[in-house]
Design a binder for this molecule. Structure first.
Ligand code: MD3
Ligand code: FE
Length: 217
């Protein structure tokens, strides 16, 4: 009886886990809006298709990317940057769907960050085998603003290092609906994603989609 009551109370507590100083994991936070997010991703990809960009060093990324919002992250032989237009179409990136901005703001609030208003959303698509090597996100102007990430579809092993490239990464499994708010010192920590294992997800099939909301400018 008492145990049941405690279980009920635990069920209505939003799950909030600290992964590092300033990094807050909200497990399943996006699940109530998963259908809106997937519909939004389909609309974005219809206007600005997923593509494999090339790094300044000439490597084709295994992750396919697109963007929405006022600024989009791009890479080519000339470097990494935020651009207000899609270099493939020379059109503005699709607008950020209202449900995307609302979710990012609510997640930041839940993590104790006030007034987060992203102007950029990078959409990453991982198919089996795709990976992201260890890197820092340093192309934004204000490192005081957090990055909010949303994982959808197949789960992935996220590699979370520290402020130095040589810091040994810890491994976290990020699952469908998980949201992480990366602020404070963790904002500049090295991170990456291990090669995606094959599988099938009920809503997204053989892929993982990750949204990262950023204040680029
Ligand atoms: C920690 N994306 O797009 S999301 C990226 O799963 C990126 O697609 C990964 O790294 C992905 O740049 C990881 C989690 C994430 C995003 C940004 C961070 C973790 C972060 C910025 C600073 C520290
Ligand atoms: Fe990153």
């Amino acid at each position: 009886m008492t145990a049941d009551l405690f279980e009920c109370v635990a069920d209505i507590q939003p799950s909030r886990e600290a992964m590092a100083e300033g990094a807050v994991l909200l497990r399943g936070f996006a699940r109530p809006v998963e259908a809106d997010l997937i519909a939004g991703i389909d609309e974005i990809a219809a206007q600005a298709p997923f593509r494999h960009m090339v790094t300044p060093g000439g490597h084709r990324m295994s992750v396919a990317m697109t963007n929405c919002g006022n600024a989009g992250w791009v890479t080519d032989r000339s470097g990494y940057r935020y651009d207000s237009v899609d270099p493939e179409s020379r059109q503005a990136w699709p607008a950020m769907p209202p449900s995307f901005g609302a979710l990012a703001g609510q997640a930041a609030d839940a993590a104790g960050v006030d007034g987060f208003s992203p102007d950029a959303c990078l959409v990453n698509r991982y198919q089996p085998g795709a990976r992201m090597s260890l890197h820092q996100d340093k192309d934004e102007h204000d490192f005081g603003a957090p990055i909010v990430s949303v994982s959808l579809g197949l789960s992935a092993v996220f590699l979370f290092g520290g402020p130095q490239r040589s810091d040994k990464p810890r491994r976290f499994r990020l699952q469908h609906g998980d949201v992480v708010v990366w602020g404070g010192p963790s904002r500049l920590f090295f991170h990456g994603v291990a090669p995606l294992a094959d599988g099938g997800h009920a809503l997204l099939g053989r892929q993982r989609i990750n949204l990262t909301f950023r204040k680029a400018r």
